[in-house]
Write a protein that binds this ligand. Sequence first.
Ligand SMILES: Cc1cc2nc3c(=O)[nH]c(=O)nc-3n(C[C@H](O)[C@H](O)[C@H](O)COP(=O)(O)OP(=O)(O)OC[C@H]3O[C@@H](n4cnc5c(N)ncnc54)[C@H](O)[C@@H]3O)c2cc1C
Length: 433
Amino acid sequence: MDVIVIGGGIVGVATAYQLRAAGHRVCVVERHATVAQGATYGHGGTLLPTPLDVWFGPTFMQHRQSSRSGVIKKTGFNGPVRDFIRRLSALTEPEAFKKQYALLRPLIESARESLDEIEHHFNLEFEQTKGQLYLVRSQQDWEHTQPALDLLRQFEVPHHVLSPQECQAIEHSIPLDPHFAGGVLFDDEGTANCPLFAKLIKQTLDSQGGVQFQCGREVTGIRLDNQRAAVELAPANGESLRSREVDVISADAVVVAAGVGSLALLDKLGLHLPLHPLRLHNLVAPVAREEFAPHTTVIDAVKRITITRSNHRLRIAGGAVLQSATQTRQPLPESLTKDALALLSQATHDWVPGAARISAALPWEGVKLLSPDGLPVTGNALHPRLYVNAAHGPVGWGLACGSGKLIASLVSGVPSDLPSDTIVALRPERFNA
Ligand SMILES: Cc1cc2nc3c(=O)[nH]c(=O)nc-3n(C[C@H](O)[C@H](O)[C@H](O)COP(=O)(O)OP(=O)(O)OC[C@H]3O[C@@H](n4cnc5c(N)ncnc54)[C@H](O)[C@@H]3O)c2cc1C
């Protein structure tokens, strides 16, 4: 079949890869000049989610102050944001959290297998390293992480629960003063460079043939009928805006994998998903002093701030700002940017003091799309020729290889390797129930 994938982030690129591997011809349409320029560009490095870093669960927004929760929120939310928080907050209840994570788990394992296959088949180098150390500051937060630790045991995920002293023995850059409650080490879980991976996959697909990348083109609408599916494109750079003709590419199916841009495209088709855009920040700072720099990825488990070393730089990601969707489309007021970046520098100072030259750090911000039940939106929707693969929230990096594979099996009409309750839980239409 001919399939159009809208979006050249990690999700679109991984979907294109899996569709091609399943024998389809693919056209990826990306509005930027190249792939991996959206949320994918700002990734924190962690490859596959553990129960400690999904964007839901017992530690989610337990604290009112942003300095403790890691989420900046201002009062005056509109109805949809309130509804979104209410739905996510329901998953702070340990049993609800466990049920939802159990549905996500098969997708994580499928993604892990796919990533391994791709990495080894093409012998790709994308700054892979092993080891993630989650740290928890207060005793109360430590108690809230217990349901996540139960899940790790239940799913037999290799990990080590560590005292502060044991954390420091593994990662010397972490200070013991002030006191913290403890940590969890995943020595097998990896970090890697997501945009680099996306670009390497594009190169691989370019050289193999069968996948065409139309970069610098924006999709403005989707047409669906019984015979064909098609996308309408805005004029390419330099083309006359006065031209009344619309560029159209047609295919047998369309996959919307446009990150936060998916919302507008699906709204036009009448599919109103209760997904929420969330602004996040990162800082890329030079290593200040080698003897203080971490060698393991260090993650503040409650504030969800990730500090990853990459050569002579530290990538510090987090600093979420919760606003209405309309506000998220506008530039962030300077004071909020400052607050978000301050959260990142404070976390760096707290967990790896002296490691980064924050004064020379380059800031970046991006928007990721979250779903109110913490699971991505992956599957067929509205019309037999339309598929959606979006809303991977904070965990889209490795997961994209698994959700792309699910899309490829749905398009091909062959059974997926995922259990049916997971497939149902990921369906875009689940919110109508
Ligand atoms: C600061 C930050 C840190 C993060 N850290 C991690 C991490 O450590 N681990 C992890 O797993 N995840 C992390 N995430 C989340 C992860 O980055 C996302 O889940 C993932 O990148 C989503 O990929 P995507 O392809 O859906 O979206 P995007 O990367 O945003 O890609 C969507 C693409 O679609 C294009 N597009 C949109 N609309 C149109 C249109 N109409 N026509 C053509 N093209 C269009 C956009 O230009 C964009 O390139 C982080 C996110 C942020 C912002």
